[in-house]
Design a protein. Structure first.
Length: 53
């Protein structure tokens, strides 16, 4: 019984880990995109300032 129960537990664990990794990756991507948008905004402001000069 223990041997039959073990594989199900291991697959469940791996699936949980995969979901956790996916969530972490999604959060990282969101942070990166946010930083990218901010830097793009700053870059556009600098560009506008340079063209005004």
């Amino acid at each position: 019984m223990e041997k039959l129960h073990n594989p199900a537990m291991s697959t469940n664990l791996s699936l949980h880990n995969r979901l956790k990794h996916r969530r972490v990756r999604a959060i990282m991507l969101m942070n990166l995109s946010h930083v990218g948008l901010r830097s793009a905004h700053v870059f556009l402001l600098l560009l506008r300032y340079a063209t005004l000069q």
